[in-house]
Design a protein around this ligand. Sequence first.
Ligand code: ADP
Ligand code: MG
Length: 307
Amino acid sequence: MDDSRETNAPRGDGKVVGVRRLKEAMAKPATTRIFTVANQKGGVGKTTTTVNIAAALSMGGLRVLVIDLDPQGNASTALGVPHRDTEGIYEVLMGGSNITSVIQKVAGFPALDCVPSNSSLANAEVNLVSMVARELRLKEALVEISPNYDYIFIDCPPSLGLLTINALAAARELLIPIQTEYYALEGLSQLLETYGVVKKRLNANLDLSTIVLTMFDGRTRLSNDVAANVRAHFPKELIDIPIPRAVRVSEAPSYNQTVMTYDPLSPGAIAYMQVAREIAERGKPKDEVNFDSNVVNINYKRDGEIA
Ligand SMILES: Nc1ncnc2c1ncn2[C@@H]1O[C@H](COP(=O)(O)OP(=O)(O)O)[C@@H](O)[C@H]1O
Ligand SMILES: [Mg+2]
């Protein structure tokens, strides 16, 4: 894999030194791709997928923004961005702050920015209700800055309330992370229903373009069954590179890092890098497409390591 870096990462001590950049740049989309990462189930890997794909695309030379739309602020934490006592997306949605003034740089990446959340965001669901064009607040805020980025990812809270509706109204694409577990597809119909309503009423351009399987364990029949099931229903949307369940992925946030810097050669980081590259390839301007996704399939050995 072409993931040589300009610097060597100190592993796990919480400090990021230098800037990570891949030797082989990733394909730049013709226009800004805005993704909403949504699934009303908690703990399925929305935040992990958001921050790691965003980090990987940034390492591939693209300009990327992450918007943390979850009051828990996990994406802000994983990106090492201060978010407790700072203004963030809540103040933007409420009209008190300009979005440009709350954008923060993410250390260690060439062009990765974050609009953090803060605990006030928990009040947004209630306070938005009485506002004019309450579903379109985020979309309106993004107009000004979206030309500055190749990719924007909006990390949603685990609900289908007004925050997620704002995200769906603001995006062009929906990315659904699906955890490969027993109840994986349960609740998906509710999300698809919301997607349908938003598409009809608020955002005709929205496209469920991408599904990523998370916490995959190739040794279990269950993971493989879920993968086969999702592939059968969403052959075009599914990215055929599952993210393995991997301890380094879950350790990284406690060091305020993505796994892309925390342990770049670990199986989880390699998988997210390949998923990011496939997303970039799919988003290439049409005349440049010559991509065979089979080339980057990962083979899992029995012990869960990548072959
Ligand atoms: N591939 C993975 N391997 C191991 N743990 C993971 C993986 N992906 C996510 N996790 C862990 O699972 C938990 C839920 O993930 P998270 O991304 O926060 O989900 P969500 O944003 O959907 O609530 C977190 O503790 C995270 O570190
Ligand atoms: Mg989350």
